[in-house]
Design a protein around this ligand. Structure first.
Ligand code: HEM
Length: 214
């Protein structure tokens, strides 16, 4: 299915801003709920939660929410092309990406707090690969607007595709590392979901290219 420009772009007007506001509201609400219920999640009274436990918990929460938003943004187009459904998802992809950047930035601030409190030295590989992922996240956010899209031309898509895959990879490596350590079904589920989402994206992309050249 060939998408026209209006389908792929975000629309303005009441319904466009309602979708955008809903995405940002739900994102902030999810962060707030996770914060509010951290005593249940950690199995302790609120007053007994140490700064280290709080930071570790919020690092996990922000990573999971950001990954979920990234996957939604990454499958929006292939899902639409494959099923003909998901018009609203595709239309609001930009805001999913922006919400992902916002939550990643919260992760970044918790990383800074974690480093200060734990006094743990950072490995050079973490600084380079993790730091580059944060940088790309912010580049994505800064260029997620029409004027940057027009100005960067073909480079806009290249930057966005490369950045999404790179950030996805850092998430997957981290989740997979935890899965190897603890073999928890939750991590198996997260890693499998990440793999399915990207396989779907690659498969649909190749089938579209095949159709165009056939
Ligand atoms: C310098 C950069 C970073 C540092 C020092 C860092 C540090 C941390 C720490 C301390 C945790 C908590 C581990 C735990 O208590 O279980 C964590 C979790 C996590 N971080 Fe980061 N982080 C960095 C950047 C990133 C980036 C750029 C991404 C993704 C693009 C990312 C994805 C994750 C994931 C997936 C988890 C695991 C969440 C879970 O266990 O459910 N981190 N990070």
């Amino acid at each position: 299915m060939k998408l026209n420009y209006r389908e792929d772009s975000h629309l303005y007007g009441w319904s466009g801003s309602f979708g955008r506001n809903s995405i940002f509201t739900i994102t902030i609400f999810s962060l707030g709920l996770s914060f509010y219920f951290q005593d249940h999640a950690l199995g302790t009274d609120f007053a007994d939660i140490s700064a280290t436990d709080h930071i570790g918990y919020m690092l996990r929460v922000t990573a999971r929410i950001a990954f979920f938003l990234l996957l939604l943004a990454m499958i929006a187009r292939p899902f639409r092309q494959l099923t003909g459904m998901g018009f609203e998802l595709l239309r609001h992809r930009r805001y999913l990406g922006l919400a992902m950047s916002f939550v990643s930035t919260v992760h970044f601030f918790y990383v800074v707090a974690y480093l200060q409190i734990s006094g743990e030295p950072l490995k050079m590989t973490t600084i380079i690969f993790g730091g580059f992922a944060f940088l790309l996240t912010w580049i994505l956010a800064a260029t997620s607007n029409d004027s940057s899209q027009r100005m960067l031309g073909v480079w806009w898509r290249r930057i966005h595709v490369f950045s999404s895959y790179y950030i996805w990879l850092i998430f997957m490596v981290t989740f997979f590392g935890t899965l190897r350590e603890n073999s928890e079904p939750l991590y198996a589920g997260i890693v499998s979901t990440g793999l399915v989402a990207v396989s779907l994206r690659i498969a649909v992309h190749h089938s579209q290219r095949f159709k165009r050249t056939a």
